[in-house]
Design a binder for this molecule. Sequence first.
Ligand code: MG
Length: 253
Amino acid sequence: MRIVRFQAGGEARYGVVEDDIVREIAGDVFGRLRPTRKKHPLKRIRFLPPTAPTKIVGVGLNYRDHAAEMGFEPRDEPVIFLKPGTAALPHRGKILYPKVSNRLDYEAEMAIVIGRYARDISAKNARRVILGYTCFNDVTARDLQRKDGQWTRGKSFDTFAPVGPWVETKLDPHNAPVRAYLNGELKQTSNTANMIFDVPYMVSFITTVMPLFPGDVIATGTPAGVGPMKPGDTIEIEIEGIGRLQNTVVRKS
Ligand code: MG
């Protein structure tokens, strides 16, 4: 099932994608789904980020080939960091290139979307707190990340968390091809099977540190092939079984 969040009548609404239509859901999607009779053509909806996360937890260096290209040894535990929920950007939204950066990278990632309050969850019970999976671009001002020696500024600007287009509830998260296309050219290609830490382990690891709330997002790390974007570029993150998240880059005025 594909769950989408969109804007209609000045409000955020949830819906289920059924072929080329979206069937509206009453209320939110964190309990029993209550479909309504209201339908919208999929091609006409104005996408919102699939949830409104209180926070986005990033997992760094979760693919060996990317750790190697960044000059890091793989770790025996996940390296986690935070991106603020305010950075979330929907499908087709514009990534704002900040004036203070000269190097803005894409990072294609699968994201886990949390469906229930989660604290101290065992790996065995992780599936129970997951709503589904979506595409994520962990946009990073690489120059600021390097200059600061830590990651908060470089990863937290508004629009630095493109996410969507929707949440897929039925994905096998450990066998999903992940790709990035810059202006239509394939730049990253891997599979979530290559992740060092699997989904239940990441959920368990993170929820022993901090509680996760419905709608929170875990970005599970990027494979090799990250690279720079420029104003005017179109960047697409594709995960087979979910879809393609498309965004364009514009210089921040
Ligand atoms: Mg990343």
